[in-house]
Write a protein that binds this ligand. Structure first.
Ligand SMILES: Cc1cc2nc3c(=O)[nH]c(=O)nc-3n(C[C@H](O)[C@H](O)[C@H](O)COP(=O)(O)OP(=O)(O)OC[C@H]3O[C@@H](n4cnc5c(N)ncnc54)[C@H](O)[C@@H]3O)c2cc1C
Length: 457
């Protein structure tokens, strides 16, 4: 039977009937868990599954549209064209479009040697900055519009208190004393995943001894460009979020992050302007190296990208308009994404450094891949908790995620060490990429989530 997972159903079914049986229990209704539910709801057979989303987040019980005149939340994600296509397919993008979001089709990357790269995306195929709460509410709105089994539900719980493996299902006890059975448990419960821990899936990874300070800032003019500047302690990024607002993601040591969180608002604004523009030498100019590479690449017929775009100075930050939040950064990867009746998606499977804004984009690709594999399994008459089916998802996504993780970790390592004179070579290598069409195209396609391997790594 097909019915809408309407908000009335969400509220009505908030209390679970004791020990109800579901096809799928999604533990964690963050961006990736909701995206997976949306993915299922658009598949011919998977949409008939009886699904429960378990999370204590109260916003899951209703949908809220965030007004464009509210100040932007500091938690934002850069979403790639690949993610936007997925969000369109599952019907969530139309809700994002009704709320605040900001496309940018130009990004300026400045290295601490004063070398710079300018990326320009053509045909409006830019990257979009969206507040995380807007992504969640849009996915939820889409779920409410999609045909799903009328027994599907949202349950409020922040932890699993009991887990028993039975032959055809897992029995779960929830923190509020309720229990349920599920043929498949999907762990979308973030980097500290309890599902992963209970399933005994090990992780490899390390802490970066870096934290990211994030916040929303205001300028006196509208900002349509993204900037990233690599500083000795880590990169600072300025991402447009619409109107005169931008989001700051500033990586630094944990001690620096607590200082920057507690300093006065005025001092913080000064520090941001200093980091983005002043304080690390004069503005980059066309150098002899630029001119040399430009000539070589135009001789080799590299077309329009052989010309250097001028470096633009970031707009001055005039005010801090949100709280400052700090996140310790780490890399973590699950040794397996699937075991019997359990599968991991999103940060539960892989957590990456935010320097290239790829984390949730990888998670959305997991959500798309897993819903497709489950639908194909149903078409073939398989048990959706069967490990051989779930391993198809693992095989597809692990290769892509590990590649991206290696690239991001390489970036992080290359830019966290001050190599003195080698900085020049490091910058020159990247600088050269600016002028070599296939290389530049490759870097751009990597940033856009097209999952091609950058040639320079
Ligand atoms: C500073 C910073 C900037 C970032 N910027 C970007 C960016 O620009 N682009 C990008 O792609 N990515 C970015 N990321 C990464 C991105 O935020 C994560 O990849 C994304 O949030 C992962 O989503 P998720 O749904 O897998 O996990 P989460 O967002 O962590 O959601 C997990 C959900 O599970 C729930 N939960 C947890 N445990 C339980 C439990 N036991 N029972 C029930 N529910 C539970 C939580 O309440 C939560 O709702 C950034 C990360 C950081 C730290």
């Amino acid at each position: 039977m097909q019915m809408r997972l309407a908000s009335s159903i969400i509220v009505k079914r908030e209390k679970l009937v004791v020990a109800e049986t579901y096809d799928i229990a999604i533990i964690g209704g963050g961006m990736v868990g909701l995206a997976f539910a949306c993915g299922l709801s658009t598949m011919q057979l998977a949409k008939q599954l009886k699904v429960v989303i378990i999370d204590s987040n109260p916003t899951l019980k209703s949908t809220v549209h965030f007004k464009k005149d509210e100040l932007p939340d500091p938690r934002v994600s850069t979403v790639t064209p690949a993610t936007i296509s997925f969000l369109k397919e599952v019907g969530a993008w139309e809700y994002v479009e009704q709320q605040r979001h900001a496309f940018f089709n130009q990004m300026q990357v400045l290295f601490n040697t004063n070398a710079f790269l300018v990326y320009i995306w053509e045909n409006n195929a830019g990257i979009c900055v969206v507040e995380n709460k807007v992504l969640c509410s849009s996915l939820l709105s889409s779920l409410q519009e999609c045909p799903m089994d009328d027994q599907s539900a949202v349950a409020s719980s922040d932890s699993i208190s009991e887990w028993s493996n039975l032959s055809s299902a897992v029995k779960l006890g929830l923190s509020d004393g309720q229990s349920l059975y599920a043929k498949l448990v999907v762990g979308s419960d973030g980097a500290k995943s309890q599902v992963r821990e209970i399933a005994g899936i090990k992780t490899t990874g390390w802490n970066y001894t870096q934290s990211a300070v994030i916040c929303t800032v205001e300028h006196s003019i509208e900002n349509h460009c993204a900037w990233q500047r690599f500083l000795p302690s880590g990169p600072i990024a300025l991402l447009p979020i619409g109107d005169r607002f931008s989001n700051i993601v500033w990586t630094m040591t944990p001690k620096e992050s607590s200082n920057h969180k507690s300093m006065s608002k005025d001092d913080f604004v000064k520090a941001v302007n200093h980091a983005l523009d002043y304080g690390y030498g004069s503005h980059p100019k066309m150098s002899f190296l630029d001119e040399y590479i430009r000539r070589i690449s135009s001789i080799s017929g590299q077309g329009t990208v052989s010309m250097a775009e001028p470096f633009e100075v970031p707009p001055i930050v005039t005010d801090l308009v949100s709280e400052r939040m700090a996140f310790p950064l780490s890399l973590r990867h699950a040794s397996e994404y699937a075991s019997k009746r359990v599968v991991l998606i999103g940060d539960a499977a892989h957590a990456v450094h935010p320097l290239a804004g790829q984390g949730v984009n990888l998670g959305f690709s997991d959500a798309a891949a897993l819903s497709k594999v489950i639908n194909e399994g149903l078409q073939a008459g398989a048990d959706i908790g069967e490990i051989s089916l779930l391993k198809k998802y693992e095989k597809e996504r692990m290769a892509a995620n590990v590649t991206m993780m290696a690239i991001l970790d390489g970036f992080q390592k290359a830019y966290s060490v001050d190599l003195g004179p080698l900085n020049f070579l490091r910058a020159a290598a990247f600088h050269g990429a600016q002028y070599i069409a296939p290389l530049k195209k490759n870097i751009i396609s990597y940033a856009m989530g097209e999952q091609k391997w950058p040639l320079f790594l």
